[in-house]
Design a protein around this ligand. Structure first.
Ligand SMILES: C[S@@+](CC[C@H](N)C(=O)[O-])C[C@H]1O[C@@H](n2cnc3c(N)ncnc32)[C@H](O)[C@@H]1O
Length: 300
């Protein structure tokens, strides 16, 4: 276990490995503890060590299906079938549901993808090195080459079946979306954020986030994609996407979970908003980036 050297005035951030978590992690959840933590490990194994009902909200973006190979055993996203992928996520989010407070919420960012159209590999992409892959999954049963898979809604319906309340979809519109080479459909420029709750009634502060002319927030959010300054990482969600989720779903000092922490965007925003965070990430290199970002979270 190591404590991150950060702003000395700020609350401590513990950096743990899975082997630190062979026993249940309880020290972070005693009343009065003000630490945040990052655990390097597998979401399912780490969450299993956490007591029930401790987080107020979860803001996260899981690996998308068949999009990129993070090169690690246990990674989610490279399952041979879409159903295996969805089952892995439903299992992980079942644990998320358990560790949320009864009035807690989940903000789940996810994008869609197409069947491979018969191609067996994806060419390297200079702007996005992680997109080069050795294999592509076969077209899922019931779909045809070139079909849009509908991954976000398939996942949303499975989570609903598993007990989650599906409260809304939010369209994240990206005004600076990358051009695409396909010429037989419009360029995709959006992803989804689903708001799900553990119970029928849950904490939600409608006044914490207001739009122009003080009107209540709408379900289409225009937010530019963002790259982490100085890093070549991909698939980072923008701080502006995370802010309204945390603001409307938590009080100051509440505990925010991100079980697919990546480069730590949820942690950066949680800190800036005086919330505690708990991040889980399989890839040690991303945790190093997250630690750097959190040591100077002003630059986001
Ligand atoms: C879409 S990225 C999240 C990016 C993050 N929102 C950010 O701002 O940097 C998904 C992350 O899930 C991680 N991941 C994949 N499988 C995992 C697993 N089994 N347990 C924990 N993390 C995993 C990947 O390494 C990747 O960093």
């Amino acid at each position: 276990m190591a404590t991150l050297p950060s702003d000395p005035a700020a609350d401590p951030i513990e950096v743990l490995t899975e082997s630190d978590c062979v026993a249940p992690i309880t020290n972070l959840f005693v009343p009065g503890d003000t630490s945040s933590a990052i655990v390097v490990g597998d979401v399912r194994r780490v969450l299993a060590r956490i007591p029930s009902g401790v987080f107020q909200t979860c803001v996260t973006s899981p690996p998308y299906w068949s999009l990129r190979d993070y090169g690690l055993d246990g990674q989610i996203g490279l399952e041979a079938s879409i159903n295996d992928y969805l089952d892995a996520l439903v299992t992980a989010f079942g644990e998320v549901r358990r560790v949320l407070r009864n009035d807690g919420t989940l903000w789940l960012n996810i994008g869609d993808s197409y069947t491979s159209g018969g191609r067996k590999w994806r060419a390297p992409d200079k702007k996005n090195p992680g997109r080069a892959m050795d294999t592509r999954p076969k077209t899922p049963d019931g779909l045809k080459p070139k079909d849009l898979i509908g991954v976000p809604w398939r996942l949303a319906f499975k989570l609903q079946e598993a007990g989650w309340y599906l409260r809304t979809e939010i369209i994240w519109n990206k005004p600076n979306a990358q051009p695409e080479s396909v010429a037989d459909r419009p360029t995709r420029s959006h992803e989804y954020v689903f708001l799900l709750s553990k119970s029928e009634r849950y904490y939600y502060d409608i006044d914490a986030v207001r739009g122009p002319n003080d009107r209540r927030q709408r379900t289409v959010w225009d937010i530019k994609t963002q790259v982490t300054p100085g890093e070549t990482n991909f698939a980072v969600f923008p701080t502006a996407l995370v802010e309204p989720c945390i603001l409307s779903a938590t009080h100051p000092t509440d505990f925010v979970l991100d079980p697919f922490f990546g480069t730590g965007t949820t942690g950066v925003v949680a800190r800036e908003l005086d919330r505690r965070f708990f991040g889980i990430e399989l890839h040690p290199e991303y945790v190093e980036i997250a630690k750097r970002r959190l040591a100077c979270s002003d630059s986001g």
